[in-house]
Design a binder for this molecule. Structure first.
Ligand code: HEM
Length: 453
């Protein structure tokens, strides 16, 4: 196709070594590398890097990021890492593209509407209370390992909200099979020398076993729901009943399976990681915990468990969560592939070019966030937020592919923090500074240990 676009300025290129380009610099410490790029090229708004033999353009500012993921989103497909994920998760919302994705998104969206979430919030609150009860029993002398504890509770919540309580004693089996599948998919995306799926490596074998188990359980549950026609207040039920306005058709069993596995995978590790970081930050900022407790006490009064409405009535707690998502966005980088050319001011981006947008980079940009390393929930007070570019903060992405579970995740974190802080004070273990570990999600490098007083 002829294009009328004529480049007037090349996109800056970060110099690298022969052959490997910037790969080693990237692998050594991806976050430090991205921050250096932001410092050195931020005023030029984007930069090209060569990682793994592919030239990729990194967007460094909110406006250009918005153009990629919102304004001109149709010009961008899913990047390479999504192709690997697709092998493991199937063709669900996270990995699918084009018309198929649009239809699936239309079908799934109503399940995440406000009234539906209020139903799911009851499960979250119930699990939050049971979680804090369990912590209370085990936390007498020892600090709690919150990396493990937040994984445990988010797994329970996601499994129950997806499949409901109908699972009974199958809950743990399904949950661990799904977690296993998720673990292997994670390894595959970050491993540069991955063997094909048919080679019987330990990871591939364990994936095969977990897939069998997950498929048997999920297809079994779907079949029994279809046969009995029973209704339940869970996401599976909502997706099972969803029909396309245009065609009147619903999802096939195979599509339902892929969506359930996708929601499970996208829905728990991100939330668990963010909860662990939030508690890590809170344990070091008693003054912030104190303000949060005043708010929680004012809303709950004498009651020991919140309602779904209570969770929406705690703005300071939301500010804390936002500030934690700013400093440690679990989805720290997102990849795209340009389908056609795109113009950004004087720059022209070529077709078939890898594009990276990084919430981590944007969230640490001193132009948007003065003193960016400081934990300060007041940044999200309405009067301090009103002049900020909407794409300066995008823990859940943006545009049509905005995280479908964003309100779900915020509600879940709000429930867990409310119940925990209502009952306990937090004390960190001896001022340990925890480093970041950027895998698929931005995890704490060491487990987060905190005393509950
Ligand atoms: C703190 C928690 C979470 C964070 C930070 C997060 C972040 C994100 C981000 C950044 C994207 C966009 C990816 C891209 O455009 O390349 C995304 C997509 C997605 N998320 Fe989340 N997420 C969280 C929780 C959840 C939960 C709880 C669910 C489901 C219950 C979920 C389900 C999904 C799905 C299905 C997509 C793909 C949406 C689409 O492309 O249509 N996420 N998430």
């Amino acid at each position: 196709m002829e294009t009328t676009l004529s480049p007037s300025r090349p996109i800056p290129i970060h110099p690298g070594l022969p052959i490997v380009g910037n790969t080693l610099e990237y692998l050594r410490d991806p976050l430090a590398f991205l921050r250096r790029l932001q410092r050195d090229y931020g005023h030029q708004r984007m930069v090209c890097i060569n990682v793994g033999g592919r030239i990729t353009t990194l967007m460094l500012k909110p406006e250009e990021t918005k153009q990629v993921i919102q304004e001109n989103n149709r010009n961008y497909g899913r990047g390479k890492s999504f192709a690997i994920l697709r092998e493991f998760l199937g063709n669900g919302l996270l990995t699918s593209e084009g018309d198929f994705w649009r239809r699936q998104r239309r079908l799934a969206q109503p399940a995440f509407h406000r009234q539906k979430l209020a139903i799911l919030a009851e499960i979250m609150i119930e699990e939050a209370v049971a979680w804090v009860d369990r912590l209370e029993k085990s936390a007498d002398i020892k600090p709690v390992n919150f990396s493990a504890a937040t994984t445990d509770v988010t797994l329970r919540i996601v499994t129950r909200t997806l499949f409901g309580s109908s699972l009974g004693d199958q809950l743990d089996g399904l949950s661990s099979a799904l977690a296993n599948l998720n673990h292997v998919a994670n390894n595959a995306v970050i491993n540069p020398i991955r063997l094909p799926k048919w080679v019987p490596t330990p990871d591939n074998r364990s994936f095969e076993k977990a897939t069998q188990k997950v498929n048997n359980l999920i297809f079994g549950i779907i079949e029994s729901r279809r046969q009995t026609g029973e209704t339940r207040d869970d996401l599976l039920d909502m997706l099972l009943r969803a029909t396309d306005d245009e065609t009147g058709e619903g999802m096939s069993d195979a599509q339902l399976r892929d969506e359930m596995v996708t929601l499970f995978t996208a829905g728990h590790e991100t939330t668990a990681t963010s909860m662990a970081w939030t508690l890590y930050l809170l344990a070091q900022h008693p003054e912030v915990v104190k303000r949060a407790k005043v708010e929680i006490n004012a809303v709950l009064g004498q009651r020991d468990r919140p309602s779904a409405d209570d969770l929406r009535a705690m703005p300071y707690l939301s500010q804390i969560i936002s500030e934690s998502l700013r400093l440690y966005p679990p989805a720290w980088i997102m990849s795209r592939l340009s389908l056609g050319p795109d113009r950004f001011g004087d720059y022209v981006l070529e077709p078939n070019r890898g594009v990276l947008v990084s919430p981590y980079v944007l969230h640490h940009d001193p132009d948007s966030w003065p003193d960016p390393e400081r934990f300060n929930p007041d940044r999200f007070a309405p009067e301090q937020s009103k002049d900020r570019h909407p794409y300066a903060f995008l823990p859940f992405g943006g545009g049509p592919r905005l995280c479908i579970g964003n309100q779900f995740a915020l509600m879940e974190m709000q429930a867990l923090l409310t119940v925990l802080l209502h009952r306990f004070d937090l004390r960190p273990m001896s001022g340990l500074r925890i480093k970041t570990q950027p895998l698929i999600t931005l995890r704490p490098k060491q487990a987060v240990h905190i005393y509950l007083d």
